[in-house]
Design a protein around this ligand. Structure first.
Ligand SMILES: Nc1ncnc2c1ncn2[C@@H]1O[C@H](COP(=O)(O)OP(=O)(O)OP(=O)(O)O)[C@@H](O)[C@H]1O
Ligand SMILES: O=c1[nH]c(=O)c2[nH+]cn([C@@H]3O[C@H](COP(=O)(O)O)[C@@H](O)[C@H]3O)c2[nH]1
Ligand SMILES: NC(=O)CC[C@H](N)C(=O)O
Ligand SMILES: [Mg+2]
Length: 514
């Protein structure tokens, strides 16, 4: 895409969050690794460059640096934390370990007028996380703020369109972070808020046409939000070259297959085939208890199923392209960011088999769910589909702790259906991001039912609120609703004699249990 704001990732925890905040300001942004050469970055004709935070110390040997060529080219630059320090050093300022560290909420005091801070208060709360500090700003810069642990906490040189801050404007805990970032984008870099759902759709459609040409494409369609939006984009781009395949892997929730089969084509006008592969998935999963192994097996079986569908659909020539509704969180959790850890292998990214032959078409790969929902609505998809709760591709397979088998699936399906029905009846569906129900298949607990002893399995309710699934908090559902769910599950689902509520945020817990 043309003239992006490039976020140079120095190994920050949340580099993508910076890009996301820039996009919230309606300016297109992408993350690039810090070892990309200045010439390569400049060849993208960036509208601006943002330098992220990072774990290194700029004065340490081998620490990543900023190439001065970027400043000489006249590109507007905004440094944050490590990026601020690297910028100060590159331009002749001083960075030192002063012995004063700041972590978490910190008071920032402004001094004098500032384009970057605009009309924000003289004293404001920002989020800091640093050991090193800029002690002398480079020539030509005005120091505009300080904190107890950082005498130079912000500087700007609006003539050269450069600015930097020691704190993190991208995190929600910095009170005026988005405002400060917007001042950089609009008032220092001189950019306009022009990256909208419409412009994303146009660019993606053009890109898909270029990638696919006049060839046929297969879309892995789950009936969920992401693959529906991906399918709608591809359909807009190449029309009936597209065929969607919905896999019933035996790990679906009650009524899910029927819903996709009945509603999907009528809502979207897109051709959907169902493949029943439950036997194949369940026998591949027999005896497996390790979550990562389950995910890899499911990822592999998905691809084997699509390969077979591709052969069945096109006798003369293999279909080369597979559309997936992959989003950025799937990529980053699978360890696909620059230097990020593998938290869990999402079946559609880290769980793909090594011998994958399809060319992937993933128009949503750099986006977050809320951005995808906006695009879905713009494409004319109905709210009922766009606002569906996410449901993971591996389905109930990663919500049964222990071995997955038909009997346990039936138990979990029944409990899950009750929890969902009660949430809907209470009118609280939109207040909750997602509501996993988990069966502790390898745990038993004693109960007393009908005056007799039972020895059943516990169910865990895991309702969460979230903005983008990268972080989450447990939902404070009303007690009477929780009580109804508990009573119904223990009364109606044999094998379950105990219902528990998960009250863990993410981090430390992930949303799913496996
Ligand atoms: N049962 C399925 N049949 C075919 N493809 C699937 C199935 N489940 C998942 N996929 C593929 O894996 C991708 C990732 O799954 P994921 O659950 O993250 O997205 P989604 O189902 O499209 O959206 P949502 O997040 O709303 O559930 C999907 O976009 C789709 O391409
Ligand atoms: O399609 C998917 N394939 C997967 O392998 C997978 N694992 C987790 N999820 C979903 O991703 C979001 C974040 O999940 P976690 O907090 O559990 O990591 C939540 O919305 C999860 O439901 C998956 N989706
Ligand atoms: N969060 C950061 O970018 C930290 C920068 C640098 N490692 C410091 O400790 O000061
Ligand atoms: Mg899904």
């Amino acid at each position: 895409m043309k003239n992006p704001v490039l976020v140079v990732d120095f190994g920050a925890q949340y580099a993508q969050l910076i890009a996301r905040r820039v996009r919230e300001a309606k300016v297109y942004s992408e993350v690039v690794p810090s070892d990309m050469s200045a010439a390569h970055m400049l060849s993208r004709e960036p509208a601006a460059i943002i330098l992220s935070g990072g774990p290194a110390s700029v004065y340490a040997q081998g620490a990543p640096q900023v190439d001065k060529a970027i400043f000489e080219a006249g590109v507007p630059v905004f440094g944050m934390c490590y990026g601020f320090q690297a910028m100060a050093k590159a331009l002749g300022g001083t960075v030192e370990q002063t012995g004063l560290s700041e972590f978490g909420g910190t008071q920032l005091d402004r001094s004098g007028p500032s384009v970057l801070f605009g009309q924000t208060p003289q004293a404001q709360s920002v989020w800091m996380s640093h050991n090193d500090s800029v002690t002398v700003a480079p020539d030509g810069f005005t120091v505009t703020a300080s904190s107890a642990g950082a005498t130079v906490a912000a500087f700007e040189d609006t003539t050269r369109r450069l600015a930097g801050v020691q704190f993190h404007p991208e995190v929600g805990h910095t009170d005026f972070g988005q405002e400060i970032l917007s001042h950089f984008l609009y008032d220092i870099a001189g950019l306009a808020p022009s990256w909208t759902a419409d412009s994303i759709i146009d660019e993606q459609v053009a890109k898909i046409r270029q990638q696919v040409g006049d060839k046929k494409v297969l879309c892995a369609l789950s009936g969920g939000v992401d693959s529906s939006v991906a399918a709608a984009l591809v359909h807009k781009a190449v029309g009936d070259q597209l065929t969607c395949v919905f896999v019933d892997h035996g790990l679906l929730r009650a009524g899910e297959r029927e819903q996709v089969e009945k509603d999907y084509a009528s809502i979207t006008g897109i051709d959907v085939r169902t493949v029943d592969a439950s036997e194949q998935f369940l026998s591949a999963l027999a005896g497996v208890t390790d979550p990562e192994q389950k995910r890899k097996i499911i990822g592999r079986e998905f691809i084997r199923t699509f390969e077979k569908a591709a052969r069945d659909l096109s006798a003369e020539k293999d279909i080369e392209f597979l559309v997936q509704g992959t989003l950025y969180p799937d990529v980053v959790e699978s360890g696909g960011g620059t230097g990020t850890a593998n938290i869990k292998s999402h079946h559609n990214v880290g769980g793909l088999p090594e011998d994958l032959k399809f060319d992937l078409v993933e128009p949503l790969r750099t986006l977050f769910k809320d951005e995808v929902r906006t695009i879905g609505l713009q494409l004319g998809l109905p709210e009922s589909l766009v606002w569906r709760h996410p449901f993971p591709g591996p389905g109930l397979g990663i919500r049964i702790i222990g071995e997955v088998n038909r009997e346990r699936l039936e138990t979990l399906r029944a409990a899950d259906a009750i929890a969902r029905a009660e949430l809907t009846a209470a009118g609280l569906e939109r207040d909750v991001w997602q509501f996993p129900v988990v069966l502790l298949g390898d745990v038993r607990s004693v109960g007393v039912q009908g005056d007799g002893r039972t020895y059943g399995h516990p169910i865990v309710l895991r309702p969460v609120s979230s903005e983008d699934a990268m972080t989450a908090d447990w939902s404070r559902l009303p007690y009477d609703l929780l009580s109804r769910i508990s009573t119904r599950i223990t009364n109606e689902v044999r094998e379950v004699n105990r219902v528990t509520l998960d009250i863990t945020s993410k981090p430390p817990g992930t949303i799913e249990w496996e």
